[in-house]
Design a binder for this molecule. Structure first.
Ligand code: NAP
Length: 242
C-alpha cells in the first residue's frame, strides 16, 4: 500500500471554498480521499474539482457548529482550516474583534477536534487531525492581537490533544503557513511597504501559494506520518530560519 495515499479515507476540510482550504481539499482528493468540503460560503467550485466530494454548510459564527457533524458520517481526517483576522493597533483593539477571532480560530478548532475524536473513539476507529496554525503561533506579529493569541493557542491545543489522544489512535498535528497569497493577506499585499518588507525576509524569494501548503496537509493525514504527533510544521519558504 502506498503510505502517501488517502484511498478509502474521508477527509473533512473547513473553509474549503477558497485559499488554503481549497488547495488542501483538492490535494486530499487527488490523493484518493472522499472530501467533505465544509464552509459558510458555497464550496461548489472546490467540490467540482474533486472526483469524490460533497459540500457541507458549516458556520463557526457558532464555535460549537460542528458538534453533530461527525455523528452520522465516518470521517477519518479533519483539517481545521477556517480562520479570520482582524487588524487594529492594540491600543484601539475592540472586544468584538477579540471575541470574533478567538471564537473561529481557537474555540471552534478545539470543539471541532473534540467532536471528531469522540466520534472516532465511539466507532473504534483512528483518525488524523491537521490544524492550520500560523507563524504567529511562534511570533508576535503587529496589529493582530487576537489572531496571535488564537494561533499561539492552536499550537498549544495541538500539543495537548496529541498528548491525550496519540495512544488512542488519533494523530494531531498542525501546519504553520508562511505568508500566503489569499484573502487573509490581501491588506498586507495592498500595502507596498509591508509587501516588500515581508518578501525581503523570505529566503525562497517569493510569497507562498495555497498549493505550497496542500501536500504537507496530505502527508500529515496519510499513513506515512503515523508516528508524527503534536508537531507544528512550518511551510514558510524559510521565514523562520531567518
Ligand atoms: P481565506 O482565503 O480568508 O480563507 C479563510 C477561510 O475560512 C474561508 O474559507 C472562510 O470562508 C473561512 N471562514 C472564515 N470564517 C468562517 C466561519 N465563521 N465559518 C466557517 N468558515 C469560515 O484565507 P486563508 O489564508 O486561506 O486562511 C486559511 C487558514 O490559514 C486560516 O486559519 C488562516 O489563519 C491560516 N493562515 C493563513 C496564512 C496566509 O498567509 N494566508 C498564514 C498563516 C495561517 P469565507 O470565504 O466565507 O470567508
Amino acid at each position: 500500500m502506498n503510505p502517501f495515499s488517502l484511498e478509502g479515507r474521508t477527509a473533512l476540510v473547513t473553509g474549503a471554498n477558497t485559499g488554503i482550504g481549497q488547495a488542501v481539499a483538492v490535494a486530499m482528493g487527488q490523493a484518493g480521499a472522499h472530501v467533505i468540503c465544509a464552509g459558510r460560503s458555497s464550496c461548489a467550485e472546490t467540490a467540482g474539482r474533486i472526483e469524490s466530494a460533497e459540500e457541507l454548510a458549516l458556520d463557526f459564527a457558532d464555535p460549537m457548529a460542528a458538534r453533530d457533524v461527525f455523528a452520522d458520517r465516518a470521517v477519518d481526517v479533519l483539517v481545521n482550516n477556517a480562520g479570520i483576522i482582524r487588524r487594529a493597533d492594540s491600543l484601539e483593539f475592540t472586544e468584538a474583534d477579540w471575541d470574533a477571532v478567538i471564537d473561529v480560530n481557537l474555540k471552534a478548532v478545539f470543539f471541532t477536534c473534540q467532536a471528531f475524536a469522540r466520534a472516532c473513539l465511539e466507532r473504534g476507529a483512528g483518525g488524523r487531525i491537521v490544524n492550520i496554525a500560523s507563524l504567529l503561533s511562534f511570533q508576535g506579529g503587529v496589529r493582530v492581537p487576537s489572531y496571535t493569541a488564537a494561533k499561539h493557542g492552536v499550537a498549544g491545543v495541538t500539543k495537548i490533544l496529541a498528548n491525550e489522544w496519540a495512544a488512542r489512535g488519533i494523530g494531531v498535528n498542525a501546519i504553520a503557513p508562511g505568508y500566503i497569497e489569499t484573502n487573509n493577506t490581501e491588506a498586507l499585499r495592498a500595502d507596498e511597504d509591508r509587501h516588500r518588507a515581508i518578501l525581503e525576509r523570505i529566503p525562497a524569494g517569493r510569497w507562498g501559494r495555497p498549493e505550497d501548503i496542500a501536500q504537507t496537509a496530505v502527508f500529515l493525514a496519510a499513513p506515512a506520518s503515523e508516528y508524527i504527533h503534536g508537531t507544528v510544521v512550518t511551510v514558510d519558504g524559510g521565514w523562520m530560519a531567518r
